[in-house]
Design a protein around this ligand. Sequence first.
Ligand code: ARG
Length: 463
Amino acid sequence: MAKLWAGRFKKETDQAVNAFNASIGVDQRMYREDIEGSMAHAAMLSRQGIITEEDGRQIRLGLQSILKDMDAGAISLTPEQYEDIHMANEQLLTERIGEAGKRLHTARSRNDQVALDLRLYVRREIGEIAGQITELLEELCTLAEANAETVMPGYTHLQRAQPITFGHHLMAYANMFRRDAKRLENCLEGMDEMPLGCGALAGTTYPIDREFAAGELGFSRVTDNSLDGVSDRDYCMELCGCLSILMVHLSRLSEEIILWCSWEFKFVELDDAFSTGSSIMPQKKNPDVCELIRGKAGRVFGDLQTLLVMMKGLPLAYNKDMQEDKEAVFDAIDTVKACLEVLTPMMATMTVLPDNMRAAARKGFLNATDCADYLTKKGLPFRDAYRAVGELVAICIETGHVLDDLPLDQYQAVCPLFEADVYQAIDLKTCVGERKSLGGPAPDEVRRQIQKIRAFLESRKSE
Ligand code: ARG
């Protein structure tokens, strides 16, 4: 098929070049945004008297019919026929409505067109991802509420450190995902500028009304410099940056679930529907979903890297290198959505095993700090208390005890300040319950944290 830009060429495009140059395979998923942008453009053109009312009307009707057929999957978009989605829609329009279709591209370039389409696409996808994060946060709050008193070991260096609750641990993740949601909101707010009307690079001589088109498309402002407007992909890098950080969080959570599912921990068991088996080992139940999320994090980091490197050497304004942006952006979006899609129901259906968590918390001297604090509260300086408990731990290790069952005379031999109430003070329930400091694991404090996340979600709903 003859190219829309065929005028100055004497030869057909080489077949390999055609295949190499075409981006329709990738950018066809923006058909809706491309049509939406063209509708607004056409409305603006006719409103400004740049095209007639009748042409404007024809164009809009034509675009609506294309949209309907695209939605129904009734149009095949091959690279032999169409270079990219922008050309495809324009060619289809002209096939359908004739002369008027050829007027659509007045005062516009594919450079501002693609810049607009991608913004519209990213804007919609950010909304979807934010919705998925909301669902995950709601699930984390539900789980944390049910486990506000479920004692588990807290770790540093993957060594048992101090007692916390499963609810407290989950709320750590909730805070990470709350920040992710906020970061995406910020990205959305920063990219809320419409590039249409920047033309190829230098604006246009036509009396366009960019503000009108921006209003039609739901943008708060227009981009303020035409060169920047067509060559700005900051929001793509920013989005991939946000998604990369989100993937870091998803990957860390996945890693912990993988650990928790192991026989070594056995803190949770995944539902059969969210686990997979082995082809040879009949006993296996593997957390493949988590491993895949952990693995896929790298893809999203790679997408960010692709964009950074793609942009860093480009002179202004548009360069074809930028056609590569979409694959990276789409991949990052698809990957994150796919991960969230399975993670939330996986968490909702997993079985928490509180007895195993508590049993693990009994070993590893998680209450050693509390034992030292007991002495400190009796007036001993913390350093001396620390040392005394260190000695007690050494005795326990030698004699096969835990602090909870070490006889009182042994305690008193190390420090005469110990009395019978030490056992109560180092009871795991006490240890957790007394950690009421803001942000700590005490059940009521965790409930406050849950409330705060829920208030965040609520404030987003009403916006
Ligand atoms: N398919 C192109 C892209 O994705 C559209 C813009 C092409 N503009 C141009 N002047 N070649 O970037």
